[in-house]
Design a protein around this ligand. Structure first.
Ligand code: GSH
Length: 191
């Protein structure tokens, strides 16, 4: 049995929720109140952060690592491209995720110049999506899952306009057709 220590509002948790849903894996969800975290969460993750995945006695934090684990443990349907080069480029995007998250959190904090910084990050994603249908490559996969929770929140919660980034906007629309991403959209709207 899998347990996910989760928080509805957490985009890192959303990565894992989407991967679990795409793979059709059943799990139990334990909602953690991030403003009043239980002391025992530090036993599962010394950093005290969610998500944490638990499968029997195996405990694993870190959303990108959890999703790699899920991909290896539950290989079908595959969320990485079969081609090694395509897969490496998708992993590179996940590895360099802070190129999006740093400007995103700067914008959320209201730092000076943060709007322009986030626009630059979106322009870089737009260039990637001009060249391929998905961040993962020719098919949807873990790189898309790694980024989409922040794009949904930027648009819905921070009023970011995706019009100037048409490839990102079309990609977000295409992803929203997937049940796992549509569920996240609902959660963002309601939480
Ligand atoms: N690198 C971690 C980041 C997880 C993270 O920052 N989670 C936030 C919620 S969105 C958290 O637990 N924050 C509590 C804290 O920073 O103490 C991952 O990818 O799982």
């Amino acid at each position: 049995m899998i347990t996910l220590y989760d928080a509805d509002r957490c985009p890192y948790c959303a990565r894992v929720r989407i991967a679990l849903a795409e793979k059709g894996i059943e799990y139990e969800k334990v909602e953690i109140d991030l403003s009043d975290r239980p002391a025992w969460i530090y036993e599962k993750n010394p950093l005290g952060k969610v998500p944490v995945l638990e499968e029997d006695a195996f405990v694993l934090p870190e959303s990108a690592v959890i999703n790699e684990y899920l991909e290896e443990r539950y290989p079908e349907p595959s969320l990485w491209p079969a081609d090694p080069g395509e897969r490496a480029l998708a992993r590179l995007l996940v590895f360099r995720f802070d190129e999006l998250s740093r400007p995103y959190y700067a914008l959320r904090r209201g730092d000076d110049g943060a709007g322009a910084g986030f626009d630059s990050a979106l322009a870089r994603l737009n260039a990637v999506l001009d060249a391929r249908s998905f961040l993962t490559g020719r098919e949807f996969g873990l790189a898309d899952i790694a980024y989409v929770p922040w794009i949904l929140r930027a648009r819905q919660r921070m009023g970011v306009d995706l019009d100037p980034f048409p490839a990102v906007e079309e990609w977000a629309e295409r992803l929203a057709q997937r049940a796992a991403v549509a569920d996240e959209l609902e959660l963002v709207a309601s939480s």
